[in-house]
Design a protein around this ligand. Structure first.
Ligand code: ME8
Length: 653
């Protein structure tokens, strides 16, 4: 017996700096789909996902929520796991970069690279973008010192730093990429990496920071934390136990077959990661696939821009399979595409309710009507039958070829070719006419058998993309036995046992009234995107450590009156306030726009933390913080106010 081939697939580990949206769902569904397909076709699979929990961005998001970073992240991680469960994602492991197992491995990797001379200590000056957590060189930075990725202002930062000798490995990597055409996919991205980064020459990479603390400390120099990308990328091997004495998974599954990532992080995965692995003496993943973006208009949907669509309201109304189908079918994997509710509903109606749903319900209804629900024994096959059978027989091979290239949309189109052929076959053979006369019975038995068997082929193939649907089809076909539901059972046409009893069920995908559903979906997006498994109230944060009165007195809390309040352009979260405190006025930006209308606040008293260091938010200098009470998940938020009349500027103690 040959050893079972392994297939290790990963998604990026996502930043838990906000709720996961449909873009994160996209990559995760793709990884789940290919894993299920490989498992079905006989591979031993391993599917890793997780969260990237360190860095300044998370530290800041937590601070804004008034929580410790870990406390803040825990809530989002629970939410994320709940979302993956709803999406029917079956990962083998969920790694968090705050896991002890990960921290130990990252420290070990860093030390090893330092000891062998690949990492050295120096100092760094550069434009740093806190939003993207990236340093930019003078050739990359845009006019006005704007970040080339997110177009926000960057800061000039100088700090002591450890560096990785990227330049040492540059020629090796160029050669590797050129001699391994499958390594970077789609191929256009390989060109991009070579032209934009490798051929102009790599600079040594700063791999530690002293400007923030929320990270993995360098164990031999703890004022440094390890820069997020070494920390983050190592997850792909730390999760397998690399560098520990429990490294069975590593031995079995490394190198990964494919890392699935969005195209914006290809540079990290196709340059830093291979070099890091090579320096560690480890084999490289077989492939890095950079898929395209889900766009909102012409912009990438992203947590930091807030222009996102959440998966939860869609799943709640139409089920995970409809959304999984849409994501895998609508866009070519590798290219950008738009998500709109309208396109989703149109496709669901056309492909799922009409093409697939009707085929199954019509076939089952006819078997019930003409054969008392018993799948008949076919008689002689005519030309028209053989043509359809040929389409079905070709499907597994064509489907497999597309799936192996991660061309999910093409793979689904192959299945839908068979569905369309079946629907045409019904029109051509006209079973309702055959059913009128006894003489048509024998012909009708062939037609309905062929259709039922084609539906079985469809059900097996759609499983990896729509894991909840095959069983619903098998139940309608009356198919129990596992042996008719496997990939191998598609090797020959005609295995479906005659004599099984079909059972009409609910419509697989009810037809949506698009106008009505568009309204409901828009409302759903306004509501809370993701409900964690546990009740929100139960997970309210525990009380912070005790402080003395002297520490409390450092806070200068004042009553302030709202003179004016307006929405900050291009933000659905921020309001800009002009506040009166005695003789003084202050401008303050506050993230409460989701909970209050700006005009309702004018004239009201609020509580202001008046001695908070000023901070620029969206280009506006915010001079203090308006206090509010919020649930842990920010599902509800109310401003603190005063009871009774009090002069603005009064002290609060
Ligand atoms: O980059 N369209 O985390 P992240 C398609 N922590 N995919 C999208 C998307 C969109 N609009 N938005 C997000 C990070 N994604 C790092 C990764 S890996 C060692 C560290 C998906 O939370 C896509 O896979 O910003 C993208 O690469 C990833 O989420 C970015 O997630």
């Amino acid at each position: 017996m040959t050893e079972q081939e392994t297939f290790y697939v990963t998604t990026p580990i996502y930043y838990p700096s906000g709720h996961m949206h449909i873009g994160h769902t996209y990559t995760t569904v793709a990884a789940d789909t290919i894993t299920r397909f490989k498992k079905m076709t006989g591979f031993k699979t391993y599917f890793l996902t997780g969260t990237d929990e360190h860095g300044q961005k998370i530290e800041r998001s937590a601070k804004q929520a008034g929580l410790e970073p870990k406390e803040y992240i825990d809530g989002i991680v629970e939410e994320t796991k709940a979302l993956w469960k709803l999406m029917n994602i079956e990962y083998d492991d969920f790694i968090r970069t705050t896991d002890e197992r990960h921290i130990k491995t990252v420290q070990l990797i860093f030390r090893k690279l330092f000891e062998q001379g690949d990492i050295y200590k120096g100092s760094y000056e550069g434009q740093y973008c806190t939003q993207c957590e990236a340093f930019w060189t003078s050739s990359q930075i845009l006019d006005g010192n704007l970040c080339p990725d997110c177009k926000r202002s960057t800061e000039l930062v100088e700090e002591e730093s450890y560096f990785f000798r990227m330049s040492k490995y540059q020629d090796w990597l160029i050669e590797y990429i050129r001699s391994h055409p499958d390594f970077i996919q789609p191929p256009s991205r390989a060109n991009e990496m070579l032209q934009n980064f490798l051929l102009p020459g790599l600079q040594d990479l700063s791999v530690s920071r002293t400007t923030f603390t929320w990270g993995i400390p360098v164990d031999f120099d703890p004022k440094h934390v390890i820069y997020v990308w070494i920390d983050a990328l190592s997850n792909y091997i730390s999760a397998l136990g690399y560098g520990t004495d429990q490294d069975d998974l590593f031995q079995e599954f490394w190198p990964a077959q494919v890392h699935l990532v969005g195209k914006e992080i290809m540079r990290f995965h196709t340059i830093y990661w291979p070099i890091l692995l090579h320096a560690l003496g480890l084999p490289l993943p077989k492939q890095i696939f950079g898929h395209g973006w889900l766009l909102f208009g012409s912009d990438k949907m992203s947590k930091s821009k807030g222009n996102v669509v959440y998966s939860q309201p869609i799943i709640e109304r139409y089920g995970a399979d409809a959304l999984r189908y849409y994501l895998m079918r609508e866009m070519t994997f590798g290219m950008d595409g738009n998500y709109t509710n309208e396109a989703f509903l149109t496709r669901t109606n056309a492909d799922l309710a009409n093409d697939l749903g009707n085929l199954v319900s019509r076939t089952v209804a006819m078997v019930e009507k003409y054969f008392d629900g018993i799948v008949p024994i076919p008689s002689e096959y005519l030309e028209v039958d053989l043509e359809l059978i040929e389409v079905a027989k070709k499907l597994p091979m064509q489907f497999e070829r597309e799936m192996n290239d991660l061309q999910f949309s093409n793979a689904l189109q192959e299945i839908w070719k068979l569905i369309a052929a079946c629907n045409r076959y019904i029109d051509m053979t006209q079973p309702w006419i055959l059913g009128r006369e006894d003489s048509g019975k024998s012909r009708l038995s062939t037609v309905l058998y062929v259709l039922s068997e084609c539906i079985r082929f469809v059900a097996v193939c759609i499983g990896p993309v729509m894991p909840g649907t095959p069983q619903r089809i098998y139940e309608q076909l009356g198919l129990d036995d596992l042996m008719f539901k496997t990939w191998n059972s598609l090797h020959s046409f005609g295995l479906l046992p005659s004599g099984i009893k079909v059972k009409k069920g609910e419509a697989l995908f009810p037809r949506a009234d698009i106008t009505k559903e568009l309204e409901a979906l828009a409302q759903g997006q306004e509501d809370k995107p993701i409900k964690p498994q546990t009740e929100v109230e139960e997970s309210l944060p525990t009380v912070k450590p005790i402080i003395g009165i002297d520490e409390f007195e450092k806070l200068d809390l004042r009553v302030a009156k709202v003179i004016s309040c307006e929405e900050v352009p291009k933000s659905d979260r921020l309001l800009k306030f002009l506040l009166q405190l005695g003789d003084e006025t202050r401008t303050v930006v506050s993230g409460i726009a989701k909970f209050y209308d700006s005009e309702n606040l004018v004239g009201k008293n609020v509580v202001l933390l008046a001695n908070l260091a000023p901070r620029k938010i969206r280009g506006i200098m915010s001079e203090g913080m308006i206090l509010s009470a919020a649930t842990h998940e920010d599902t509800a938020l109310v401003l603190l106010s005063t009871q009774g009349d009090i002069t603005p500027g009064s002290r609060i103690s």
